[in-house]
Design a protein around this ligand. Structure first.
Ligand code: GLU
Length: 519
């Protein structure tokens, strides 16, 4: 169904690198908008200048560029409802703050930080609300001329006047009707004269209204703000065009105990940011999905299924399939465990979906970084021979070494050096060598080398045709020792394939070197 009235937004605050949960929020907005033929807006919510981090906005934009999540309007794109950066909309907000002040939905407050602290000390769980605002210094308690004087001479804030004892309904597509009593809400600050900027709540509501947002899809951490937002829509008289809400389930730690944090990633060894991030203040580097070798399709598929599933067994879904099947109403209410090993699994599946030739350029980069210069064709051959192998990793939880399937191109390198560097020394204590290099092995390898000399075209087929009958006839089982010659240890691919890759000369040289060294 194409409905061009559907307009969603992703509205991050540039306070640091985008958390992977934020990426999922953007993805769900994107899938929802695409499916309905709607528009997706990219807005920067930067009204809190104290939390502004340089580079964060650029980082967010680059993250979506990498993932292929495209916006229709917004910062860096344009559109007829801009500007889309809140710090450029000061004048717009001022008139809406004025509107609330005039219709009595908001008031000026002059309490200093010290006065507020004193009050908090005096009253346990102090909340600035209908029960306490009468004791505070604000335009509801002070005489008019005093208010006028203070407005000219002192910093002030504008607070939202929330009536007590009213049921506020938040209609949430995922959570149903969420009801909160207004008495638990405080008279939130909407505007600060100090920086002449509105707070998040006011700017967020005004912009959602002016940008004609139809659906607010965001993380569960914003659910507590939603009743206040509903009241703000009402105070402005915008209740008829209020967007529908959908608060997405939290991303939980892998063990399900609490909210996913950067520390979990550091401890267990997975990124919590889409791209690598260098903290501009400390220089600390946090790992990113892109730099860790994840394919963007894998990241998207993995994130899409954290909190939603299509209700079938199918797990590998392209962006188009996700778009077609996505249903906001089927998102789960309960938090989604961040199963990072499932992320490895997705990455492996998507690696295997690409051809060896497609993967070669990225693998070449890894090889180059390790001092190996070769061709894309050779890199592709190595991928083909090795991608079904397993690799060791250190489990972050137990500290134990475990094995898993190859999930990243970088997993291949530690298994692959022998393709490019001939073994020089052999570990004589190595069990495989002890077991397979006996007194007569050198002679057997010389005999095998003799057979190989006679192979004309150095292909797997021709080698096979020459060697297999010789093996049958001679009774020599050359495989393990041949492996020691070419690899230096008990690892690697099929021997004929390896020999074909190395070429005749290199194969025979490695055999001669082993015979000489291990004799
Ligand atoms: N600026 C908020 C954030 O950083 C946006 C919350 C919302 O989507 O309303 O996530």
């Amino acid at each position: 169904m194409a409905d061009n009235k559907i307009r969603v937004r992703f509205a991050p605050s540039p306070t640091g690198p985008l958390h992977i949960g934020g990426v999922r929020t953007a993805l769900y907005n994107y899938l929802f908008a695409r499916k309905q033929g709607g528009k997706m807006i990219f807005r920067i919510e930067d009204t809190d200048s104290t939390r502004f981090v340089p580079g964060a906005e650029e980082y967010i934009i680059e993250s979506f560029k990498w993932l292929g999540i495209e916006f229709d309007e917004g910062v860096g794109i344009g559109g007829d409802k801009g500007p889309y950066r809140q710090s450029e909309r000061r004048e717009i907000y001022k008139q809406y703050v004025e509107q609330l002040l005039q219709n009595g939905a908001a008031y000026y407050a002059f309490d200093t930080p010290d006065e507020l602290n004193a009050k908090r000390q005096e009253v346990a769980n102090f909340q600035y609300d209908a029960s306490t605002r009468t004791q505070m210094r604000n335009s509801l308690t002070l005489p008019e001329d005093e208010v006028k004087r203070l407005l000219e001479t002192e910093p002030y804030v504008v607070r939202f006047k929330i009536n007590a004892g009213e049921e506020v309904h938040v209609k949430d597509i995922i959570r149903g009707d969420v009801v909160v009593n207004s008495s638990v809400l405080d008279d939130k600050v909407l505007y600060k004269s100090a920086d002449q900027l509105p707070t998040y709540h006011l700017a967020n509501i005004v912009d959602d209204h002016l940008m004609e947002i139809s659906h607010v899809i965001r993380g569960e951490e914003w659910l507590p703000s939603a009743p206040l937002h509903v009241l703000l829509y009402r105070a402005f008289g915008w209740q008829d065009t209020m967007p529908a809400f959908a608060h997405l389930p939290l991303l939980l730690k892998p063990d399900g105990k609490g909210k996913l944090s950067k520390r979990d990633g550091d401890k267990l060894g997975f990124p919590v940011f889409p791209l690598q991030w260098t903290d501009p203040q400390t220089g600390n580097i946090s790992s990113g999905y892109r730099e860790s070798g994840y394919l963007k399709e894998a990241v998207i598929n993995f994130l899409a299924l954290l909190g939603w599933n299509p209700g079938t067994e199918q797990e590998i879904l392209s962006l188009d399939e996700l778009t077609n099947q996505f249903d906001l109403a089927k998102c789960s209410k309960s938090g989604a465990k961040f199963d990072y090993m499932k992320g490895w699994w997705f990455n492996r599946e998507y690696l295997l979906l690409r051809s060896d030739d497609e993967l070669a350029p990225d693998f070449l980069k890894i090889l180059e970084a390790n001092g190996v210069h070769t061709t894309a064709d050779k890199a592709a051959q190595v991928i083909g021979m090795m991608k079904q192998k397993v690799v060791e990793y250190v489990d972050g939880q137990s500290g134990q070494t475990r094995k898993r399937n190859i999930s990243f191109l970088a997993d291949l390198w530690p298994l692959c050096d022998f393709f490019f560097c001939a073994p020089q020394d052999y570990d004589r204590a190595d069990k495989f060598i002890v077991k397979n290099w006996k007194e007569n092995t050198a002679a057997e390898m010389q005999a095998l080398a003799c057979q190989l000399e006679g192979v004309e075209s150095w292909t797997v087929e021709d080698m096979k045709a020459a060697i297999d009958p010789w093996v049958a006839e001679s009774g020599i089982r050359p495989w393990n020792a041949w492996r020691i010659c070419l690899v230096g240890k008990g690892q690697g691919p099929d021997m004929y394939e390896l020999a074909a890759f190395l070429g005749k000369q290199e194969t025979l040289e490695r055999m001669a070197h082993a015979v000489k060294t291990l004799a």
